[in-house]
Design a protein around this ligand. Structure first.
Ligand SMILES: *Cc1c(COP(=O)(O)O)cnc(C)c1O
Length: 414
């Protein structure tokens, strides 16, 4: 279905990839075991000679496979492996493809738990260098003979920094490095990392793609652009058959079969249903986010607003070049840092909660919460000001949100 649009493809994927009893939605397959008429078929599934077979649900079910097919289609990739959470997907990428003695170059502006995971990698003997990836020259300067991978996020949470995506992609091609892009905030609707040369794309399905805050999930998509034959860490057992599938095969076998970070069929179903309205939700929340960003930027009580589609954003040109909208993520700082908590308490609509990409607007001061454990030094390195407030803009009527912010800011001193 190459010539139909983004949403049309999602809506009709289950039918086109094999309807069961005419069911419009892929059924929720709850079976852990899969039985066979002939033992040769069971052997074939184990040995991979029978494609699309299932043996034990830890490696996937027809329901998770249907979701994986949709993500692959959205990212226009080669294939996808789904995981229980976005963090499980990221962990699987690092632990199945890197080993002690390897080096990873990563953006300094990443999700807090990903940053925390870098510490675990360091303990395992995988060296990590974090850099300001808004300049590709910083990435270039960090590359060493043992560098295997470069990891960035499209729009960093919470500071909204944008790496020089295309220039880093070119660097990775020149140095034959695996380029991994976390596309969570943008989602394949606003940006496809394959357009800048990413070999692997990570999506936390929990956020933009599921969209309703009722299911956790993650995915790794192979874009087909990376040459796995040139990658030293593919085990001999996966260096067989079409080399384009080696990387994802290893991620599935090690990440799901051995490490067990499996997405349940129930959650795969919820995420699939959520994905049907992805384009509508992101259009609405991005439009409201831009309206709020402009309002906040013009308000005397507000010190700084971080939103990629504002002309004042340091990487505004990059955002315009790559993303079709600015997403639902925005952050800002009040002039009076001490007024921050009282201001948040005065808001009536945004839910005071951690989390992102819900239908409801969520608000959180990040320094005393998500980045508390990281400490002042890490916060400073990551560009997180003490009074930084993060907003995940939901689907409420935009006029309601605007008037709520007006009343709450009206009582804040400029
Ligand atoms: C939330 C998030 C993750 C982790 O996803 P979970 O599904 O919550 O584990 C990874 N990357 C980014 C950019 C995120 O915002």
């Amino acid at each position: 279905m190459k010539d139909t649009g983004f949403t049309t493809n999602i809506l009709h994927a289950d039918r086109h990839f094999g309807a069961e009893h005419g069911a419009i939605h892929k059924p929720i397959h709850t079976s852990v075991q899969y039985g066979f008429e002939r033992v040769e078929d069971l052997i074939g599934v184990f040995q991979g000679t029978i494609k699309g077979g299932y043996n034990y649900a830890r490696q996937g079910t027809p329901t998770t496979a249907a979701l994986e097919a949709k993500i692959t289609q959205m990212e226009q990739g080669l294939g996808t492996v789904s995981f229980a959470t976005g963090m499980a997907a990221i962990t699987a990428v690092f632990l199945t493809l890197l080993k002690a003695g390897d080096h990873l170059v990563a953006s300094r502006f990443v999700f807090g738990n990903t940053n925390s995971l870098f510490g675990t990698l360091a303990d395992l003997g995988i060296q990590v260098t974090t850099v300001d990836a808004t300049q590709a020259s910083n990435v270039a300067a960090a590359i060493q003979p043992n560098t295997r991978m470069v990891f960035v996020e499209t729009i960093a949470n919470p500071g909204t920094q944008i790496p020089d995506l295309a220039a880093i992609g070119k660097l990775c091609v020149d140095h034959r490095l695996l380029y991994v892009v976390d596309n969570t905030i943008t989602s394949p609707l606003l940006f496809r990392p394959s357009t800048v040369g990413a070999g692997l794309v990570v999506n936390s399905l929990t956020k933009t793609i599921a969209g309703h805050g009722t299911a956790l999930g993650g995915a790794v998509t192979d874009t087909g652009l990376f040459d796995w034959q040139a990658y030293p860490n593919i085990f001999a057992s996966y260096r067989q058959g079409d080399a384009r599938h080696w990387g994802l095969q290893q991620i599935r076998k090690k990440g799901l079969r051995d490490m067990g970070g499996t997405l349940s069929s129930e959650h795969a179903h919820k995420i699939s249903v959520g994905a049907e309205t992805l384009a509508l939700r992101v259009a609405q929340s991005s439009a409201t986010a831009l309206t709020l960003a402009r309002f906040l930027e013009g308000h005397p009580a507000v010190n700084r607003v971080h939103y990629p589609m504002l002309e004042s954003h340091p990487q505004h040109a990059l955002a315009k070049a790559h993303f079709s909208a600015g997403s639902w993520l925005l952050s800002f700082e009040l002039r009076d840092v001490a007024a921050c908590l009282a201001f948040i308490n005065r808001l009536r609509l945004p839910v005071i909660a951690t989390g992102l990409g819900d239908t409801r607007t969520l608000i959180i001061p990040v320094a005393p919460t998500i980045f508390w454990e990281a400490g002042a030094q890490v916060r400073a390195d990551m560009g997180i000001a003490d009074g930084l407030i993060r907003l995940s803009v939901g689907l409420e009527d935009s006029a309601d949100l605007l008037s709520d912010f007006e009343q709450a800011l009206g009582q804040t001193k400029a």
